[in-house]
Design a protein around this ligand. Structure first.
Ligand SMILES: [Zn+2]
Length: 214
């Protein structure tokens, strides 16, 4: 089994809904800490009953990390009334823009686990997700069920997804993905792939509850 070390140095953050309504925690990169120190765009709307977000939760992935109670024994160290919002698949022109508008209106940040080929098909939308302060995670290139593939083919699709998303969002891709966050399509991990991701210091995100967020 892959090791499950405690989160270490902050590589992302979760932010808590500032109102009592439970809707608005999002994962953030260290980069988000910098963005967080700047005035939020649409701040006036945030003062007018919007949910807003307020807390940054670092999530380290050194040595690997497996998070999400539907699949793994651990979840993020959230307090009462805190949630982390994540969205899988996309970006998709028909829906992602509307979603971003809604999040912006509520001053809420979220984490988007993008599919590489979808990001490649809609790079301006992928860039917009990052530009509006959301965290970018990875969700493979072509969204296969990895358990149906050989390890080699699965790793290749995951790597291709890292590169395609980074190319779309940041305009370039290196050997290491910009964000060490990955979610398996269908949450269908394998021990071998989890070990491989852990060896690359990439965290695997399951979920604490099923939601039709795709
Ligand atoms: Zn998916």
């Amino acid at each position: 089994m892959p090791s499950r070390p405690e989160p270490r140095d902050g590589q992302s953050a979760a932010r808590r809904a500032s109102s009592s309504t439970v809707l608005a925690t999002a994962l953030w990169l260290a980069l988000g800490v910098l963005l967080f120190s700047e005035p939020l765009s649409g701040a006036a709307a945030c003062d007018n009953g919007a949910l807003g977000t307020s807390r940054i939760l670092p999530v380290g992935t050194q040595g690997g990390l497996e998070i999400g109670l539907k699949t793994y024994p651990r979840t993020l160290p959230l307090a009462d009334h805190e949630v982390v919002l994540t969205f899988d698949d996309g970006p998709l022109p028909a829906t992602t823009g509307k979603l971003l508008d809604a999040l912006k209106a509520q001053c809420v940040r979220a984490t988007f686990f993008m599919v590489g080929r979808m990001a490649a098909a809609a790079p301006s939308l992928a860039k917009r997700v990052a530009a509006e302060g959301h965290t970018i995670g990875y969700h493979s290139f072509s969204h296969p069920l990895m358990r149906m593939l050989s390890d080699e083919a699965a790793r290749a699709d995951i790597e291709k997804g890292f590169a395609a998303v980074d190319q779309a969002v940041y305009g370039s891709a290196a050997d290491t993905p910009r964000t060490p966050f990955f979610r398996f399509p269908g949450f269908a991990d394998t021990p071998a792939l989890n070990n491989w991701l852990a060896s690359r210091n990439i965290g695997v995100f399951g979920t604490d509850m099923w939601a039709a967020d795709w």
